[in-house]
Write a protein that binds this ligand. Structure first.
Ligand code: UDP
Length: 355
């Protein structure tokens, strides 16, 4: 049994990570500032309220626990926002990660698993994107992640850090028991938008462009279930027990689905008619983004369990229809939430502002 720090463990993918680590028998400590995460997602392990931008907070956390490794999910991840506010993205995604790596070095913690993204590749030059595809990000979000990958490569060489960067394609779905899932406001992603609309929410959704060079004219993406992503991290931690240096892996199902196919799949799962109008293209959307996950499969032994898009959507429908999801969305507006911080003086629940 190991002790892992999960930065951003109250977020969408981070909270599923905590569940997987807990189920694998590990001890989990979350640090999260609840800027985008949810207090209700803190179901597994201990947690400390704070930001990785705060060096002293990190130092006090690392002196309280002896971590065997760190999994880092605490980042901003909205492409359009990164275009409007690049400095915020570089400060949060790059500078704060440097803080974390600095404190890890001070406390001699040398296993690191990093949430990276397919956005590091930019415009795809191949149908299936493998790890050696050129990395030319099209926005500050993708570049911020690529910068950290470079920092990790150099840190592995100079300081003996061991690191894995996992480049997610389109994370989707939710805990099959409906305990945790995605709850953003405003929501920008295709599957949660369609599912919420099918469940009766008054949400404007359109098909962003039908003139792409694909079979039905709409963009193709590789949707991978969030539990499969989390499982890849558990395998990455095992990999770092014997592998030195820095390793990057692409995580996707290896199967593409067009926007129209996703709309059809949501119709099929929910039984709703779902009239989705066609709109123009969304700026910066590549026509086709599909992972070759051969490397992750062969080196990590990763085998995604959700291979059918309908099964992924089914978990999202269960989650978005739950009372928990509705309650989370309500607290996004700066509601006061009680969080048990393990760094509090008397260890009593304290009030923090969500959002
Ligand atoms: N999309 C769409 N309508 C929406 C939201 C998304 O047609 O309301 C399209 C989007 O243009 C892209 C695909 O669905 O081609 C997946 O978008 P999403 O935002 O879910 O993920 P991304 O691939 O941008 O990370």
């Amino acid at each position: 049994m190991a002790t892992y720090l999960v930065c951003g463990g109250a977020g969408y993918i981070g909270s599923h990570m905590c569940k997987h680590l807990h189920e694998a028998g590990h001890h989990v400590v979350v640090c999260d500032d609840l800027s985008t995460g949810h207090a209700g997602a803190l179901l597994w392990g201990a947690h400390a309220y704070g930001s990785i931008e705060d060096l002293e907070f990190l130092r006090s956390l690392f002196s309280q626990y002896q971590f065997d490794g760190v999994l880092h999910f605490a980042a901003l991840s909205v492409v359009a926002e990164s275009m409007r506010e690049p400095q915020r993205y570089y400060r949060n995604n790059v500078a704060a990660t440097l803080n974390l790596l600095r404190v890890m070095r001070e406390f001699e913690v040398n296993k690191f698993v990093f949430s990276s993204t397919a956005a590091v590749f930019g415009e795809p030059q191949a149908r299936m994107i493998s790890e050696d595809h050129p990395t030319v990000p099209l926005n500050p979000y993708g570049l911020s992640k690529l910068m950290v990958e470079q920092v990790l490569r150099d840190s592995c060489r100079a300081y003996g850090l061991r690191a894995v960067a996992l480049r997610y394609f389109n994370a989707a779905g939710a805990d099959p028991y409906g305990r945790i899932g995605e709850a953003h406001d405003p929501e920008t992603h295709l599957i949660p938008k369609l599912v919420r609309k099918a469940l009766g929410e008054d949400l404007s959704v359109s098909i962003n462009g039908t003139d792409y060079p694909t079979e039905d004219g709409t963009c193709i993406r590789d949707y991978v279930h969030v539990d499969d992503l989390a499982q890849a991290h558990v395998l990455a931690l095992d990999h770092l027990d014997h592998a030195v240096g820095m390793h990057s892996f692409n995580l996707g199902n290896g199967t593409g689905h067009s926007v129209k196919q996703v709309v059809d799949a949501v119709r099929e799962v929910t039984g709703e008619r779902l009239d989705i109008p066609v709109a123009g293209r969304r700026a910066g959307d590549p026509s086709h983004l599909v992972a070759s996950s051969k490397f992750a499969r062969s080196v990590l032994g990763w085998e995604p369990r959700y291979t059918r898009i309908g099964d992924v959507i089914e978990t999202a429908v269960r989650w978005h229809g739950s009372e928990t999801c509705a309650a989370w969305l309500e607290t996004l507006d700066g509601a006061e939430v009680a969080v048990q911080s393990h760094l509090g003086d008397d260890n009593k629940p304290q009030q923090y502002r969500q959002g």
